[in-house]
Structure formats: structure tokens, C-alpha cells
Ligand binder design. Structure first.
Ligand code: GLU
Length: 296
């Protein structure tokens, strides 16, 4: 198999609100990377956090992607259909003594957020709601990010034993994401640099679960007033925007400047012809404050 034939990329939004400019950037970059490698682009709806979900937003995200010209090459995977698989991975980690139940509430932990190992040997208060944490080690985890360069973490020091199953009985993002990236055969993950901190934890879980590690590219995150553009603040949904304008702005943000006046189909042809990940600024954030033309 050639490299291109085996390329599988993905966009994995959580349905916690409508598609906004920040997530459009990840969608456009992951889509173009897959198209340019002659591979597949998949969409996964990460709907395992019902308390944060916004009714109807999964369908609206998919509609917006379609309206913006990005259609997945396989049926959309909803994480809510995969709970059994997450549960069985959790059980196998507990059984192999690689994970343990924990009664510590977030409030009871030190301000640093690094878990001090309180329940590693014995659950401190079994009457409390229990989460499940994976045991970390001080072995360093490294990877070479396609944009941000070399990243290294010592999980013991940087986060300590981290949660793979929440005390409200929901699977944690870190566990679900590695199981589904493996299930879908993802060869390269292209996403925002706000998730750079999670990547070493994900690689560690891949190692414990004998899963392959994809390549990673973390894109700069758009900020306004020092805050990340998010679904919950600081960002309007892109659904109201003209697709040519929105895609052109996303391309510009990603270091590509399409000639003005192109129509929708032509713009995508141009983007696929000219896409080069090396043109994307190798930064963790880019502020949209005062940048002319970014008034979306
Ligand atoms: N579902 C996550 C989000 O919407 C993205 C997960 C990922 O790309 O790994 O922020």
C-alpha cells in the first residue's frame, strides 16, 4: 500500500454548540490534509458528555460542514454508540492493575492539578462517587508534532494519574478518543493546539492498550481578547456566513491566501492545489484582535 492510500484523517467535534470559526479551522485543515494525501477524511461526533451537549448541534455541525463543501468519506461515527467498547477497555485496565477507582473530588486535589496518588492502593472513601484513573509513570513520553515540533512530558510530574472514567459514570475524553482513533484507523490527527497537552496522555494510553500512535499536527488556535474562540464564548456560529467568505478566512488564518473573487467550487480546487501544511504558522495561538479582515 502506498503512503497516500493508507492516509486517514478526521474531524472530531463535540456537539456542545454550533460550528464556529475556531472549529472551522480544524475542519478545513484536516480535510485539506486528507485530500492532498489522496486519503480519506472522516467525521466523528464526540457525544459522550450529555451535560454539555446542545440539542440539535450535532446535526447542525454536519449540515454546516456539507454547506461548506466538506463531506466525510465514510458514515459519521457517533461516540455514544461505542460505550460498550470504552467500558471493556476500562475493565481491562483495572484488571491489569494499570487503573484504579478513586473517590477524590476535584476540590480535594492540590491546586497544581497533579494527582498525588491518594487512592492508588485503596479507595479513600468508597461512599463517594468513584472515577477511574490510569496509573502514570515517570517514563518520558515524546512525539514530534508536525507543526509544533518536539513535545515531551513526564506524566507523573505533569498531571499524575489521570481520569479515564468520570465519577458521573461517563467515559472520559482521553479514553474514548484513543479507542476511536484506533477503530477508525486514523493515521494523522490534525486538531487545535488547545489539545496539545492531552496528546502525551493519549500516546500513553495507546501504549497501555497496544494501539497504534498516529502522527499529530496541532494547529494554532484563534483567540480574541486573549481567550480561545469557543462555542460557549467569544465566537458566533459560522452558519450565517457566506461559505466563500468563511473558507477564505479559514485559509488565510492557515497561511494560505486565495486570490480574491473566486467562486465556491474554484476556491476548493485552488485550496486543494495549493495546500501545504508548512505554510501554516507554527504557533499555538493567533490573536484575531485588530487583524483587518477577520471581522467575520
Ligand atoms: N471533541 C474535541 C473538541 O471538539 C476534539 C477532539 C480531538 O480532535 O481529539 O474539542
Amino acid at each position: 500500500m502506498t503512503e497516500s492510500a493508507s492516509y486517514i484523517g478526521r474531524f472530531a467535534p463535540s456537539p456542545t454548540g454550533d460550528l464556529h470559526f475556531g472549529s472551522l479551522i480544524a475542519a478545513v485543515a484536516s480535510f485539506l490534509q486528507a485530500r492532498c494525501k489522496g486519503g480519506k477524511w472522516l467525521v466523528r461526533i464526540e457525544d459522550i458528555d450529555p451535560p454539555r451537549e446542545v440539542d440539535g448541534s450535532a446535526d447542525r455541525i454536519l449540515l454546516d460542514l456539507k454547506r461548506f463543501g466538506m463531506e466525510p468519506d465514510e458514515p459519521v461515527l457517533h461516540q455514544s454508540s461505542q460505550i460498550k467498547k470504552y467500558r471493556s477497555a476500562r475493565q481491562s485496565l483495572i484488571k491489569s492493575n494499570l487503573a484504579f477507582k478513586c473517590s477524590c473530588s476535584r476540590k480535594s486535589l492540590p491546586g497544581s492539578g497533579v494527582y498525588p496518588g491518594t487512592c492508588r492502593r485503596k479507595v479513600r472513601d468508597p461512599s463517594m462517587p468513584l472515577c477511574v484513573r490510569v496509573k502514570t509513570t515517570s517514563k518520558s513520553i515524546n512525539f514530534n508534532d508536525g507543526l509544533q515540533g518536539q513535545v515531551q512530558e513526564n506524566l507523573n510530574k505533569d498531571c499524575g494519574d489521570f481520569v479515564i472514567w468520570r465519577s458521573d459514570k461517563l467515559p472520559a475524553y482521553q479514553l474514548a478518543v484513543v479507542l476511536d482513533d484506533a477503530l477508525q484507523g486514523i493515521s494523522e490527527v490534525v486538531r487545535g493546539a488547545d489539545l496539545l497537552d492531552s496528546t502525551c496522555r493519549q500516546i500513553y494510553l495507546q501504549q497501555l492498550l497496544n494501539l497504534p500512535t498516529p502522527a499529530y499536527i496541532h494547529l494554532p488556535v484563534a483567540t480574541k481578547g486573549g481567550l480561545k474562540l469557543g462555542k460557549r464564548f467569544n465566537s458566533d456560529p459560522v452558519s450565517q456566513l457566506d461559505p466563500v467568505k468563511a473558507i477564505s478566512k479559514a485559509l488565510e488564518f492557515l497561511g494560505h491566501r486565495p486570490p480574491p473573487g473566486m467562486r465556491f467550487e474554484r476556491l476548493w480546487i485552488w485550496a486543494i492545489e495549493h495546500w501545504n501544511i508548512e505554510r501554516v504558522p507554527a504557533r499555538k495561538t493567533i490573536s484575531l484582535d485588530g487583524v483587518g479582515g477577520f471581522q467575520l
